[in-house]
Design a protein around this ligand. Structure first.
Ligand SMILES: Cc1ncc(COP(=O)(O)O)c(C=O)c1O
Length: 303
């Protein structure tokens, strides 16, 4: 991008980190790791599988999961679809779904399509500060609630949902918790175990990785509670068939490893930049900050 253009829309997508690009290119050509990771009868396939499993560990490490709890998908949209549709289809009943009005379209449209199929959905409203509170979620729960789906960080105003406070309430009601972490991965610490998350959607291209790759964290204890949405060769423990895209996966793994090492310093740098930008634009007549009282990530500034 030329020096006279300023790109601020990193919530929509980020450019890939040069280290990510290098790792990906190494998986494409004849001299690289181009084998099919499912071909376990020859060296090229075994090498590719090794790279895929290393990337799985890199993603898992960033969120406090075990490597075998990471299922590769094409991005957070697919992960959200797999979590919600997969859950209701595997349930064998007609579970009630709770989500919020401020979710990304990848959840809202999935919920709407499930509503059309007869699954009841309750949409929790955010409070004045743009937060989904534990009290609001609690009030939405019903005896037949099967799954609650909430975003960890909002894509437009950057507010952070207190998932650790909400998870015990959801579990006490006998439901499972899905979290859309597309905007949170690599920007704020995530520990899926400590936070009580059952399923979590992730995307690489919001965190300096490539587009077209993401993952769904599926806690080992609830792995049988999802029905696959993509049928075929039985890849990813039968949850998501299709030849694994080694270069994309390695790109996401590298992006997560970089985030793991640099998240703290990057967040301080972005905080300072955000404060500086805010100081400048608030001086302009009529400009106001939208999230005044709520907790939000410095990465997102809504004016
Ligand atoms: C909160 C949230 N969820 C889901 C998505 C969709 O992610 P992907 O582009 O990986 O499908 C986005 C991307 O804009 C997002 O911000």
């Amino acid at each position: 991008m030329s020096a006279d253009l300023h790109y601020f829309d990193y919530a929509a997508t980020t450019p890939a980190d040069p280290r990510v690009i290098t790792s990906m290119v190494n998986c494409l050509g004849i001299d690289g790791v181009f084998g099919n990771p499912a071909s376990n009868s020859h060296a090229a396939g075994i090498k590719a599988r090794g790279m895929v499993e290393k990337a799985r560990e890199q993603v898992a490490l960033l969120i406090g999961a075990r490597a075998d709890e990471i299922v590769w998908t094409s991005g957070a949209t697919e992960s959200n679809n797999l979590a919600l549709k997969g859950f209701v289809e595997a349930s064998g009943t007609v579970p009630h779904i709770v989500t919020s009005r401020m979710e990304h379209k990848a959840i809202l449209d999935t919920a709407a399509s499930l509503e059309q199929r007869g699954f009841p959905v309750t949409y929790v409203a955010p409070d004045q500060s743009g937060a989904i509170t534990a009290a609001a979620v609690s009030a939405a729960l019903r005896p037949d609630t099967g799954i609650v789906s909430l975003m960890l960080v909002n894509n437009e105003i950057g507010t952070i949902t207190d998932i650790a406070a909400i998870a015990p309430i959801v579990h006490a009601a006998g439901a499972l918790l899905h979290v859309d972490a597309a905007q949170a991965l690599g920007k704020t610490p995530i520990d899926v175990k400590a936070m009580g998350i059952d399923f979590m959607s992730m995307s690489a291209h919001k965190v300096y990785g490539p587009k077209g790759i993401g993952a769904l964290y599926v806690a080992r204890e609830v792995a049988t509670r999802l029905a696959p949405q993509m049928h075929g060769g039985g890849h990813e423990g039968g949850l998501r068939s299709g030849t694994l895209a080694t270069h994309q996966i390695v790109g996401m793994g590298t992006a997560c490893a970089i985030a793991m090492a640099e998240m703290e310093t990057d967040t301080s740098r972005i905080s300072a930049l955000s404060d500086r930008l805010l100081d400048g634009v608030l001086a302009i007549d009529g400009v106001e900050k939208n999230v005044r009282d709520g907790v939000h990530l410095p990465h997102t500034l809504s004016l």
